[in-house]
Write a protein that binds this ligand. Structure first.
Ligand code: FAD
Length: 377
């Protein structure tokens, strides 16, 4: 008998899972609410676990070739002083590779194009009320439908809804080559910069505001809050005038779900363990989930047992990452913790080797491999 699997949501996790299932010739159908499968927005950091998941579905090399290897990550204050430097080379020595930064649009395109088009039905929103019908029609229903998951609402109840973190982000992308990955901290706000492919630079600016409290005009608010910060912040903001600037309220799922499985339905990615963006791990976890679940279901055993095995493998690790991201977000964004935050970052760096070069903006920095982890200068 052919096993039929419905994946609700053609995002990062859903497409990765469908690819893994398709590799094993399972009958998988992706239902995506949007008329086309395409990505917008920020550059995503693909950490080694996520790259290995991409390897398993045959896309690792293409992602490495398309994206930009992340050489280092620097943490600075708004006056330009460096607080610490994350020694990414240490990760490379441990895992054999550097994280790769790739735009969401490029990642989604690679995933989409690898899946036979007949596996995908676009313009097909699944409502919570549709989920029981899908569960009857398909052997397994995978909720990969992100933040506002209809499958989560239908199977786990309206009580498990995302909470607002207390901060919202402006996000943009501008042509600008060679910027260093960095996060720059102020009181109750920060500005993050990451390179992406094609000579582009991605920036994000989380600001502590009540939900819905971002200004109507992003350029006015960005100039007011970041206009006097160190380079490259003002120049990235000015180059963003007239480009698309996205507004993103940061949310998370808490408490964590007690199980990702309900009957023959299962959740992956943001639907399962939505996390704040502070560790840049949500898409990585969605990829690892998707490929792991696909592997369990392709194993040929009893399906519900495979779902529970997936839950045992993935729920707690992903929920731990979500908790760490939330903790880091609170620590770095609460205005009352700014001094402690800066001291902690500096102290963490003191355990590593010092970088004697002056801090004169992102482009002056290059990584020299050492065993220091977080470094200050
Ligand atoms: C500012 C910011 C920066 C980030 N940076 C990083 C980073 O550097 N690295 C990283 O790993 N992660 C990062 N993330 C997190 C990452 O973007 C998400 O965790 C990831 O997209 C989750 O993937 P997913 O497949 O679970 O959900 P999504 O990618 O959201 O996909 C869900 C899909 O389901 C569809 N859908 C929704 N509802 C329905 C429905 N009812 N019926 C049918 N289809 C539906 C949607 O249209 C969408 O296509 C960042 C997030 C933000 C906000």
């Amino acid at each position: 008998m052919t096993v039929r699997i419905a994946v609700v949501g053609g995002g990062i996790g859903g497409l990765a899972c469908a690819l893994r299932l398709n590799q094993s010739d399972l009958d998988v159908t992706v239902f995506e609410r949007r008329p086309r499968i395409e990505g917008r927005g920020t550059a995503l950091g693909m950490w080694p676990d996520a790259l290995r998941a991409l390897d398993a579905i045959g896309l690792g090399e293409r992602v490495r070739r398309t994206g930009v290897a992340q050489q280092e990550m620097r943490f600075r204050r708004s006056d330009g002083r460096t607080l610490a430097r994350l020694d990414v080379g240490r990760l490379e020595r441990r895992t054999g590779e550097l994280p790769v930064l790739i735009s969401r649009a490029a990642l989604i395109t690679l995933l989409r194009d690898a899946l036979p088009p007949e596996r995908v039905r676009t313009g097909r929103p699944v409502e919570p009320a549709d989920v029981e019908e899908l569960r009857a029609e398909y052997d397994v229903v995978i909720g990969a439908d992100g933040i506002g998951s209809a499958v989560r609402t239908a199977r786990f109840g309206a009580g498990h809804q995302p909470r607002y973190s207390g901060y919202s982000a402006w996000i943009g992308m501008v042509p600008s080559e060679g910027e260093t990955s960095q996060e720059i901290f102020g009181r109750g706000r920060k500005f993050g910069v990451t390179p992406a492919e094609g000579g582009m630079t991605n920036w994000y600016a989380p600001i502590r505001v009540p939900q819905g409290g971002l200004a109507a005009d992003p350029m006015v608010q960005l100039r007011e809050l970041f206009g006097d910060w160190c380079d490259p912040v003002p120049s990235l903001i000015e180059r963003s005038a007239g480009t698309e600037i996205l507004n993103y309220p940061i949310r998370y799922l808490a408490p964590g779900l007690p199980s990702l499985v309900s009957g023959n339905a299962v959740l992956i990615g943001d639907a399962a363990h939505l996390m704040t963006a502070d560790l840049g791990q949500g898409a990585c976890q969605a990829l690892v989930d998707g490929v792991a679940l696909g592997g369990h279901l392709a194993g040929g055993g009893e399906l519900v047992r495979a779902l529970h095995q997936f839950d045992r493998d993935r729920r707690r690790p992903a929920q731990r990452v979500a908790t760490a991201a939330r903790w880091l977000g609170e620590f770095t964004s609460r205005p009352g913790l700014s001094t402690v935050r800066d001291l902690t970052f500096r102290a963490a760096g003191l355990f590593g080797p010092q970088d004697p070069r002056p801090s004169r903006g992102a482009k002056t920095v290059s990584a020299s491999a050492s065993d220091g982890g977080l470094r200050t200068k």
